[in-house]
Design a protein around this ligand. Structure first.
Ligand SMILES: [Zn+2]
Length: 472
């Protein structure tokens, strides 16, 4: 059945910006842990006669996201009033953007394809309704009213529920990377409305209704729910395809995360129902007067850039992904020597203790562990360096004065290698028979016997040399 259909998904994602003040007033934008209705003022409570003043910080953060996503930043942008009645919206309208948003177009690159964007616009969040259990009334908390809210609208380029999840994860990563939002979904700082329809492909399309209605699923607040709700709706739209009336309609659904199913909500409003008109109290913005070029230069590199670069350096896709997501590891990788990036990347992923080391210490470790040194030697060195606060090269010197390239240690290594070979005749036989891993085993044994004080690189070289000589 699935092969007959193509799935079309578009996402509208709302993101609260982490500005110091709210969108149009000076109230603290962080109401976490505060009593209801204590982080409010006449402006964000919608009192008559108050005047909104737009936050420059919010506009800057919006435009920076637009620049990072390759959006066009128009010359002029303005706010509009979007009217609807709901108890958490005291003004009776929301200040939003209609036809002249701050950012137009743009795209997000995913492994599964490119998702073009329609726009990124800025608006204010509404308050919150609280429904006390067992009571017949609801109470209103306006602490959230007036929080700067981004709306990121994609084109319907997403072709599967899994791709929708990937898209959302990538956007989440970009927002965190730019440090414009904490995007904590559990706290409602990032929420998603998803639009889905299924269309008939090829032959069967002739003379038939080509598309199902578009179903909008509201307020999805986790990556998993986005995928689950869309998968549920996709299946239902396919199964009930023949039943849909000719006239294309729009339906609005909610998602029941306990059951994993969707349920009908009120009909979706069309733009005309909102009676948009330009916000008379906030004049339009001449964006040519904003330091856009400077902001562009200040942008950090995007996760996709880091992934591509790390892959070039020889890390696997999974490793590159882990690093691109972890700001702390990424910052370290940016600062270590170019030749050591891959080795240190792997180290930081696999060894939590290594994350405590300085850039210099990491570089020294990477310099001493080329050519597949045994991991227990590396672990030991990291542990010692973290514990003593000494640099790895100091430790190498201290432990029996074994500096890696001195003549003396070479003599010692030579002698020890001879000893190692005589102690492990079976393994030596296996090596001569071409058994993979025998050499590594010998090196591992050597590290163990010397408690890591011999240089693994020299031991390896010496082993290879002496074993070659034995063959002759
Ligand atoms: Zn306020």
């Amino acid at each position: 059945m699935t092969e007959e259909f193509r799935t079309v998904i578009g996402l509208e994602i709302h993101v609260q910006l982490n500005t110091r003040a709210k969108m149009f007033c000076g109230c603290d934008n962080n109401a976490e842990g505060k009593e209801p209705n204590t982080v409010v003022c006449p402006v964000c409570m919608g009192m008559p006669g108050t005047l909104p003043v737009a936050s420059r910080e919010a506009i800057e953060k919006t435009i920076k996201l637009g620049l990072a996503l390759g959006c066009e930043i128009p010359k002029i942008s303005k706010f509009d009033r979007k009217h609807y009645f709901y108890p958490d919206l005291p003004k009776g309208y929301q200040i939003s953007q209609y036809d002249q948003p701050f950012c137009k177009g743009g795209q997000i690159e995913l492994e599964s394809g490119t998702v073009k964007l329609n726009r990124v616009h800025l608006e204010e969040d509404a308050g919150k309704l609280v429904h006390p259990k067992g009571s017949k009334y609801s109470i209103v908390d306006l602490n959230r009213a007036g929080t700067p809210l981004l709306e990121i609208v994609s084109e319907p380029d997403i072709t599967s529920p899994a791709m929708a999840k990937d898209y959302m994860k990538e956007l989440h990563l970009i927002l965190r990377n730019l440090r414009i939002s904490d995007a904590d979904m559990e706290k409602g700082q990032m929420r998603c409305d998803a639009n889905i329809s299924v269309q008939l492909k090829g032959e069967r399309r002739k003379g038939k209704v080509a598309s199902s209605p578009i179903v909008e699923i509201k307020n999805l607040n986790s990556f998993r729910f986005v995928e689950k709700a869309l998968a549920h709706e996709e299946k239902k739209l396919q199964e009930e395809f023949e039943k849909w009336p000719e006239k294309k309609t729009k339906l609005t659904h909610g998602f029941d995360s306990n059951r994993g199913t969707t349920y009908p909500m009120r009909e979706k409003e069309e733009a005309k129902d909102y009676r948009y008109f330009p916000e008379p109290d906030v004049p339009p913005f001449d964006l040519t007067r904003f330091p856009i070029e400077k902001w562009k230069k200040e942008l950090p590199k995007l996760p996709s850039h880091h992934r591509a670069r790390l892959s070039e350096l020889g890390l696997t896709k999974e490793e590159a992904n882990i690093i691109a997501k972890d700001d702390t590891i990424k910052d370290v990788i940016e600062n270590v020597a170019e030749k050591n990036k891959a080795i240190i990347g792997k180290l930081l992923i696999n060894n939590v203790e290594a994350r405590k080391l300085s850039i210099e210490a990491l570089n020294q470790i990477a310099d001493t562990i080329r050519d597949g040194s045994p991991s227990n030697w590396v672990r030991d060195m990291i542990r010692r360096s973290v514990k003593s606060g000494k640099l790895p090269l100091e430790i190498v010197k201290e432990t029996k004065g074994l500096a890696p390239s001195s003549e003396e240690i070479s003599e010692k290594t030579k002698e020890f290698t001879k000893f190692l070979i005589s102690e492990n005749p079976d393994v030596v036989q296996k090596h001569k028979a071409g058994k993979a891993g025998a050499l590594e085993f010998l090196i591992g044994q050597g590290m163990k016997m010397t408690k890591g004080t011999v240089n693994p690189k020299e031991l390896r070289e010496e082993l290879v040399k002496q074993l070659e000589e034995e063959k002759r």
